[in-house]
Design a protein around this ligand. Sequence first.
Ligand code: ADP
Ligand code: MG
Length: 380
Amino acid sequence: MRATAGFVEVYGEKPAGVWAAPGRVNLIGEHTDYNDGFVLPFALPRRTVVAAAPDPGRRWTVWSEQAGERVSFGRADAAEPGRVTGWAAYVAGVVWALREADLDVPVARLAIASDVPLGAGLSSSAALEAAVQAALLDLGDLDVPVAQRPRLAQQAENGYVGAPTGIMDQSAVIRCRAGQALFLDCRSLAVEHVPFDLDAAGLAILVIDSRAPHRHVTGEYAARRAACEYAAAALGVPALRDVTIDDLDAALARLDDPVVRRRVRHVVTENHRVCQTVDLLRAGRLAEIGPLLTASHASMRDDFEITVPEVDTAVEAALAAGAYGARMTGGGFGGCVLALVDAAAADTVASAVARAYAERGFATPECFTALPGPGVERLG
Ligand code: ADP
Ligand code: MG
């Protein structure tokens, strides 16, 4: 295990324990989280592993194989957002959030290695936060119920790193279970573990990293949020989650701006698609969710306007090659596409996507198949 080997090399001793947290993909439910709506992520078999041990000194030290460096920070740094910057801010942020919750966080040495691609929309940030959080809680013998852990990890990212993300990523990497998807109500934070045994059904999710250069992501994300908040206020509801599919036409008729109308239509229909997907999964009708995935993509492309040519190309090529359904997953403007395929057809679909990319002169996409894996856990 690279994290353990890294720990031994960097610190000259064995770690006290090893923890792992997965990346995630969102099966369906995009830009619904900050509208108090529904999402349905599952955990990837790719993980971030943290080897750690208590440190008798006064400073936390963290080494990451991906960052290729070691960073240390003290109590004062971990007490004030902004004092640790760069990748180590995610680690300092976890310490900060736990201490803000009045927990006596142990000083520790950590070594991190991951095969979750960084910045590809598979939530390497939440994987890092969750693995570090689990390590510190266990090393400190701190008893924090699992239901409270995602919020504390999210606070690290919102309050210390300064990234205004929703609760989905941290909920997914902490609460997901193998063979299941996580149906999360982003308002109540209620979760249901929905059966999603792709393997038994002879299916797989092909994850295609579009490798599209991220374009204006932060500004576009903020603009989408603002449009949704504006629409909710105009409609007199706390959040767009409160507009149901049956209310949609009446709600649209009350909005003047055609752009805002499209944004609302995406959020309302997307919440509905999540619920329809969950119904099908509960009934074990896995392959039948395909059209809902494809409809979600069309809604993101036409109504929410967050796709780019690379992801549209990947979706079209995957469908043409026989995928049951395909959609961009993640915030948009790049990131990953997922396609529901027969397990035996995964390579054929991946090749078809690569060919379509080559024809358009796009950078070669990276593809891998994913079955739903476990959430954060202690490995040793
Ligand atoms: P995503 O979560 O989609 O991968 P983000 O931009 O939210 O993308 O988070 C990526 C950032 O998280 C990286 O730029 C880095 O700062 C940090 N990070 C994630 N995993 C690691 C790791 N294994 N080592 C160092 N930093 C990491
Ligand atoms: Mg992230």
